[in-house]
Design a binder for this molecule. Structure first.
Ligand code: SF4
Length: 348
């Protein structure tokens, strides 16, 4: 069961246990380059990204947010380190969320100013502790970088905001180590009722990073922990969204996407099933329907093994069968299989 949290919004996207789990990514364009950043955000949105984060390194980037915001339709979070003036400028320029650690801003007065601006504009603040940035005093106190030093490091930032009566807080405590990430989130989930943004940080290249993220994010989601997710990959941000969607889809937490079941092939396979499955995956990527599609290698076991699929293909010799809910409905030549399958899906 999903952990109960406070609920609020980034723009018009709800965050917390009353809302669906959302997928985030971060642009890797230079935020000062408005055109490239807007284009990447639009591509991310098309892929299924719900919330986007951008790095704000200087004044020009903070000013660019105004133009970026006008051209996009998903909420945007400004990611700021240390400089409270950049935070104020970003809030002024209509951002929907702020990612900043209040303990790193400097004087209490500066924190107060940022919190005041966030209250006025209804901007939630995400505080984020990564395993690489745990404060030295916590590392020493808790005997290294572990769940305790991670959690209490994050709580220090949370306490600063709470003392200023601010509670639109989202917390992330990511590590590149999967076990440490899971342990840390499990601990903090019992201590607070703020929404949690989850992910494995610096998870690596798409291949390794997908595996690490799926294990880490998947385990937490099955525990009921996690309100927004990010898959951090060393690669194209669009891949982060594809993987994020598939993680949610695999756990039946995403309604609007096609689930593909495909057999591993064996000595009975008489068509080029591996190629067919890849082409089907590409063709179905942007279809937003809650259906299961099976791509199976043979008519002997295929339809039966994939009974729970709404629609599917079972390979024969140079041809294949289209089946629905385990029942064969038509025989089709191999080169027309994908086309026929897509027609059937569109009619569903
Ligand atoms: S569905 Fe048929 S071809 Fe595919 S693995 Fe099973 S038996 Fe082999």
């Amino acid at each position: 069961m999903r952990r109960k949290t406070k609920n609020f919004k980034y723009g018009d996207v709800g965050i917390g246990s009353d809302y669906p789990i959302t997928i985030q990514s971060m642009t890797n364009t230079d935020t000062r380059d408005v055109e490239s950043t807007v284009n990447q955000i639009k591509d991310l949105e098309k892929e299924g990204c719900n919330i986007v984060r951008v790095a704000v390194l200087d004044d020009t980037a903070a000013n660019a947010l105004k133009d970026i915001k006008k051209q996009i339709s998903i909420p945007i979070i400004a990611d700021i380190h240390f400089d409270y003036k950049l935070a104020l400028k970003s809030i002024e320029n209509n951002i929907d969320g702020l990612r900043i650690n209040p303990g790193n801003i400097g004087s209490h007065l500066k924190v107060k100013e940022v919190v005041k601006a966030c209250k006025e504009r209804d901007v939630p603040i995400r505080i984020g502790v990564n395993s690489g940035s745990v404060k030295k005093e916590f590392v020493e106190k808790y005997g290294g970088v572990n769940k305790d030093s991670m959690v209490y490091s994050a709580m220090e930032h949370v306490n600063i905001l709470e003392k200023l009566n601010y509670d639109k807080i989202i917390i992330s405590i990511k590590a590149s180590n999967v076990r440490l990430t899971i342990d840390s989130y499990r601990k903090i989930a019992k201590m607070v009722d703020y929404p949690l943004h989850i992910g494995i940080t610096e998870a690596g290249t798409p291949w390794r990073g997908t595996i690490k993220s799926s294990i880490g994010i998947g385990t937490l989601l099955l525990d009921g922990i996690g309100d927004t997710i990010r898959v951090s990959l060393t690669g194209d941000p669009l891949d982060e969204i594809r993987v994020g969607r598939q993680i949610l889809r695999s756990l039946d937490m995403l309604e609007d996407s096609v689930e593909i079941i495909s057999c591993p092939t064996c000595g009975r396979t008489q068509i080029d099933l591996i190629d067919l499955a890849k082409r089907a995956e590409n063709a179905l990527e942007n279809i937003r329907k809650p259906i299961k599609v099976a791509i199976m290698g043979c008519a002997v076991n295929g339809p039966g093994e994939a009974k729970e699929a709404d629609i599917g293909i079972a390979g024969g010799i140079g041809e294949g069968l289209i089946f629905k809910k385990g029942k064969i409905i038509r025989k089709v030549p191999e080169d027309k299989l994908l086309e026929e399958l897509i027609n059937e899906i569109e009619d569903l």
